[in-house]
Design a protein around this ligand. Structure first.
Ligand code: PAF
Length: 302
């Protein structure tokens, strides 16, 4: 395991990436077009992030990760304050995954004039589901991701890919739309959800769950898998039964559970008959001190 090089400013990032890509392009005497994989994170890394780094490592010559707890996407100052900061452990995880470079800027480097006046708008899609309970959250996410993509954009001819977890399905859908709508020259790659042995999706917030709350939280994947089981058996997904399952868990408070189009995240018009095409089951619950989200693709029988 080697420790990744850590850079703090955008200038250092650009020059380190240019050097690494130039070396990769001429490695072995080759003249091929090198590739860069970027893994944006807020730190507090877990196995879900490890999967992002592994995917980026497998597909690119040079891999960079960013660690920045973005204040713009927190609408609750208490949530921002208590977000875990674990830089040393994060660098160990990224080093073990073979990440070459870590961009870990200070807030003043990212927002030198304070909170930006002009931001990327997440539009109507950013106001539903997660956006409904976290106003402005997705504008904050898109604004920082736009900045990271600009900063990491290779200055030499190179393939550029950026990796995001499918667990944050709405975030991923919005980043894909931003990249397409605003012509970012990066491929946006979605990486499957990583789950613990009990089915709970990996999340930086799981550390706040005590054993009783963790057990209660597993009602979320259980409800999603019940929907998937019915869909893949050719039955109508029973949304009401899945909702009732979550509502029977005394420690869980359901925010939403819905079946949506995977690309637009618009609710399917009818979920009372078997699916004709893949759909996404999307849910959020509050369990004790933590709000958890999860999702699962529902596939009709082949
Ligand atoms: O998913 C996250 O960790 C963050 O929302 C991201 C994409 C790094 C932007 O701050």
């Amino acid at each position: 395991m080697s420790t990744p090089q850590v850079v703090r400013s955008a200038d250092e990032l650009r020059s380190a990436l240019a050097g690494a890509l130039a070396a990769a392009g001429t490695a072995g005497g080759g003249t091929g077009v090198p590739s860069l994989g970027l893994v944006p994170t807020m730190g507090a890394l877990h196995e879900g992030h490890r999967a992002l780094a592994d995917a980026a490592r497998a597909e690119n010559d040079v891999v960079a990760a960013s660690i920045f707890v973005n204040p713009l996407q927190f609408n609750d100052p208490e949530d921002l304050r208590r977000y875990p900061r674990t830089l040393a452990a994060d660098l160990d995880l990224l080093g073990a995954a073979g990440v070459d470079l870590v961009f870990a800027p200070a807030e003043a480097d990212v927002y030198p004039d304070g909170a930006p006046l002009v931001r990327v708008s997440s539009g109507e899609l950013g106001t539903r589901y997660e956006g409904a309970s976290r106003p402005g959250h997705f504008d904050g996410v898109l604004t920082v991701v736009a900045k990271l993509l600009h900063w990491a954009q290779p200055a030499v001819p190179a393939h550029f890919r950026a990796y995001f977890g499918q667990k944050d399905a709405q975030q991923l859908a919005l980043i894909r739309r931003m990249a397409a709508d605003l012509n970012f020259p990066a491929d946006i790659v979605g990486v499957p959800v990583v789950r613990g042995a009990d089915g709970l999706a990996e999340s930086s917030r799981n550390v706040f769950l005590d054993p009783a709350h963790r057990q209660a939280a597993t009602v979320l994947p259980r409800a999603l898998y019940a929907l998937q089981h019915r869909a893949s058996a050719g039955a109508a997904p029973d949304l009401a039964a899945a909702v009732a399952l979550v509502e029977r868990e005394p420690l869980a408070e359901l925010d939403y559970l819905d079946i949506v189009d995977p690309r637009t995240l618009l609710p399917l018009p009818a979920v009372d008959r078997p699916l004709e095409k893949p759909a996404l089951a999307l849910a959020a619950v509050r369990v004790g001190p933590v709000r958890l989200i999860d999702n699962l693709m529902l596939m009709p029988p082949a």
